[in-house]
Design a protein around this ligand. Structure first.
Ligand code: RUB
Length: 319
């Protein structure tokens, strides 16, 4: 990544290694990195400036494949870069990135209000992974004066449930942490499953942290409603034209250490570890997708997707 500014390379690296993680946070960081690329560019022509931005977008795009908030952020920021001189282009790129970041925050706050309306005083929610959109709904409900309790799934292998538990505790929400495999047992005590999304497909399928689909199937079996909290930046425009969402496969070291591997391995050809980071929950297991534009049954999300993205899916990271 020698052809991008070191700060952009650092952000890309932080996204790839999950120092920066979660779809909304990744989108925010990508927009911030584009602003840095614009500010720091020493290009002496508009064409060279645009090429600097494109290279930055490419480095960011190539970090993780599943959260569509990342390419959508690059699309939205780059679409508003206009001007005839380097100075004008720089100013519009920084303004566009900052506007995008502001809208991201506002969208999350708005969807939180919508999601909170689904929660009643005294409700128990179950969470999976760490989703700022999902937590925005819980926070808004708490701010409305509702007493909410949470059962927090640990979320192996990266244990993002710990981040969720810590945030909820900071807001005074009583938390019970459980291992992932205990979820079904605890669903009897739960009023709502609240999760986020990395991408939402045109058919209403929800792509989120591995284990979401199993949780949703169990919740449906137990009659517990499943709410997906997702800003419209999570809508995946490529799925309008039949593309599927790539599921990231992460390193086996997140699942098993060298010493454990050594012990189990024996015949190296007879032992494999696979570590998919996300899975797909079919729309029939989802009760509502909560966005900043209101709540939608998953089957009708395609209408919103067409309105917001049409069939135009620019790829500003491509040469
Ligand atoms: C994070 C994850 C989150 C979504 C939504 O996965 O699956 O549920 O990204 O998060 P990872 P948010 O930890 O692998 O990035 O609502 O904050 O966008």
């Amino acid at each position: 990544m020698t052809d991008v500014h070191p700060d952009v390379a650092d952000t890309a690296d932080d996204i790839a290694t999950m120092e920066i993680r979660g779809a909304a946070t990744i989108a925010d960081a990508a927009a911030g990195a584009l602003a840095t690329a614009a500010r720091e560019s020493d290009a002496d022509s508009p064409a060279a400036f645009r090429e600097d931005l494109r290279r930055a977008a490419k480095a960011l795009y190539e970090t993780r494949p599943t959260a569509v908030s990342l390419p959508n952020a690059l699309r939205f920021v780059m679409a508003d870069v206009t001007g005839d001189t380097v100075a004008e282009l720089r100013e519009s790129a920084v303004a566009s990135a900052e506007a995008f970041q502001r809208e991201l925050d506002q969208a999350q706050a708005r969807l939180g209000e919508v999601g909170a309306n689904r929660l009643r005083d005294g409700d128990v929610v179950m969470t999976h992974c760490h989703s700022t959109d999902a937590l925005s709904c819980v926070k808004a409900a708490v701010d409305q004066g509702k007493h909410i309790e949470a059962i927090v799934k640990e979320t192996r292998p990266r244990k993002q449930g710990h981040i969720t538990a810590e945030e909820l505790r900071d807001w005074g929400v009583p938390v019970t942490m459980i291992v992932d495999s205990a979820a079904r047992r605890y669903l009897d005590r739960v009023d709502h499953v609240v999760v986020g999304a990395d991408s939402i497909a045109a058919d209403g399928s929800v792509i989120n942290k591995i284990g979401t689909s199993g949780l949703a199937v169990n919740a449906r079996d137990r009659g517990v409603p499943i709410m997906v909290a997702a800003q419209t930046i999570k809508l995946h425009p490529d799925t309008l034209t039949g593309h599927t969402v790539e599921i990231e496969m992460r390193d086996e070291s997140e699942v098993i250490g060298d010493a454990e591997r050594e012990r189990i391995q024996g015949d190296p050809d007879g032992f494999a570890v696979e570590n998919p980071a996300f899975d797909v929950t079919p729309p029939r297991y989802v009760d509502a997708i909560v966005t900043e534009r209101g709540q939608f049954p998953p089957e009708s999300i395609v209408v919103l997707m067409r309105e917001l993205f049409g069939r135009d899916t620019a790829r500003p990271w491509k040469a």
